[in-house]
Design a protein around this ligand. Structure first.
Ligand code: GLC
Length: 460
């Protein structure tokens, strides 16, 4: 759907400057799937029917029970902070439809009903108390609704639950949409300022793209008068002129500056790059890109990955973050707490070890922008702030010297090895300056800070 039809202005890079300054956040996938520990797609992957899946929230005797008895979001926030992260983003509701907050809709399946608790409320307070920005992940799709697979009531697609096409599914899908409007309105209006909203799963029936399903979800500014899946008026929010707001209309009405990804089928304030693959290529330029990836197997708690020691290494985190920074991207790194609410200690350790490097090199991370020169994959990348350029020497860079291009009269006047503080020599050569004397460094990534004779101008 064209942007104009969706009618919502994207935030610009000035509105999102905090994100480009903060660089590094903690993603948290936590929900009923933490019990079995086979990842957050458990219900769908194993075709677990709704009534059996519900036992994860109610059967206290089971080893898979979502006990949440050590839920301590202040401890998550402390870990995030001590690891160099500056915001958090929690799965308020994943695709299984279980809400970690008090869903105001009669169909809402929520921690308030099963545990008498609003986990999101405590989480938001903990973020704020720690000085972290607040992010919420929300999935528009819910496997609890057969109508999700069959919005028109005549084609149930392939689904793992054995649902078959049924005319009643059309209204069931409408209820799914209605629950979303009720839930999101609550999430954006109840807890004060929300800085980041991460949609995931705007598609329908496990098919097509998020944008393909915009006719159903109506993610733009307004709801259409004759949409075939109308929302009950009590869940509709209106603007000052009485026009009914679509999903992003609702978000912007309460959180005008929240930065929101595109994955509900709208245009999006920024772009996602999802998964653990390496970040390559040029500076991402005009759009802000957020790399998101996980630390140990699945996004949700993954017993198998932990048992096999498949946990990201500190130097891999550092490389990923540096690869983002030099391309003007940000990194959202995921953890999956267990059913008690505890982030696995081996994951916490790896985050803290990476955090020690980040702290010691913070001048070359926070508040910088990618450039002024394009990176060379795996070898070297640049970021700058004011009159300083940070040169990140990456894992395939060998030696103790690197070159800086002659650039429109900008002159380097001093260079230091950031890890040792040691001054480096700058030699003028043919078409370039050569900087010499870098130490070995304790990580594959080394950083030099070069002071120039004037401010570096933004290029990209
Ligand atoms: C993928 C996964 C989903 C996870 C998301 C995070 O889409 O399927 O479970 O929440 O990535 O970006």
């Amino acid at each position: 759907m064209p942007v104009e039809q969706l009618g919502i202005r994207q935030l610009d890079n000035r509105d999102m400057a905090w994100l480009l300054d903060d660089k590094y956040g903690m993603f948290i996938h936590w929900g009923l799937y933490a019990g079995p520990g086979r990842g957050e797609w458990l219900m769908h992957n194993e075709g677990i029917p709704t009534d059996r899946y519900r036992l994860l929230a109610t059967d206290r005797e089971s080893n898979d029970y979502f006990a949440a008895d050590r839920y301590d979001p202040a401890a998550w926030a402390k870990l995030a902070k001590d690891s160099g992260m500056r915001w958090m983003c929690l799965t308020a509701r994943h695709h299984d439809g279980y809400c970690l907050f008090d869903s105001p809709h009669p169909n809402g399946f929520s921690s308030m009903r099963t545990h008498g608790r609003d986990f999101v409320e405590d989480y938001v307070k903990a973020c704020r108390a720690a000085g972290l920005k607040v992010g919420l992940y929300y999935s528009p799709l819910s496997w609890r609704y057969p109508g999700y697979y069959d919005v028109t009531g005549d084609d149930c697609n392939s689904n793992p639950f054995g649902y078959e096409a049924d005319a009643s599914h059309k209204d069931n899908a409408r209820l799914m949409k209605e629950e979303n409007y009720a839930n999101v309105r609550r999430l954006v209006s109840r807890y004060g300022k929300i800085d980041h909203v991460f949609w995931d799963g705007g598609w329908l029936g496990q098919q097509g793209t998020d944008a393909d399903a915009a006719y159903f979800h109506e993610p733009g500014r307004y709801l259409a008068p004759n949409n075939a899946w109308p929302i009950d008026p009590q869940y509709i929010e209106r603007d000052a002129e009485g026009r009914p707001l679509g999903m992003m209309g609702v978000v912007r009405a309460h959180q005008p500056k929240a930065m929101v990804n595109p994955r509900y089928g709208w245009i999006g304030d920024y772009r996602d790059e999802e998964g653990g693959h390496e970040v390559f290529g040029p500076i991402r330029s005009k759009d802000v890109y957020q790399k998101c990836m996980t630390t140990a197997g699945a996004w949700g708690y993954d017993r198998g990955a932990l048992a096999e020691g498949r946990v990201i290494k500190p130097h891999e985190i550092v490389e990923m973050l540096v690869n983002c920074v030099v391309r003007d991207m940000v990194l959202l790194l995921n953890v999956g707490p267990d059913r008690h609410g505890v982030i696995p200690p081996e994951v916490a350790d790896t985050l803290l070890a990476a955090g020690r490097w980040i702290e010691s090199m913070k001048e070359s991370i926070y508040g910088t922008r990618g450039g002024p020169w394009q990176p060379e994959d795996r070898r070297v990348g640049y970021c700058y702030r004011g009159d300083r350029v940070c040169v990140h020497l990456m894992k395939e860079f060998r030696g103790d010297a690197f070159a800086l291009p002659f650039d429109q009269g900008f002159k380097p006047i001093r260079a230091n090895d950031l890890s040792t503080g040691q001054e480096l020599s700058i030699n003028k050569g043919e078409g370039k300056y050569t900087v010499e004397g870098m130490s070995e460094g304790s990580m594959p990534n080394r950083v030099a800070v070069v002071l120039y004779d004037r401010e570096i101008l933004p290029r990209y």
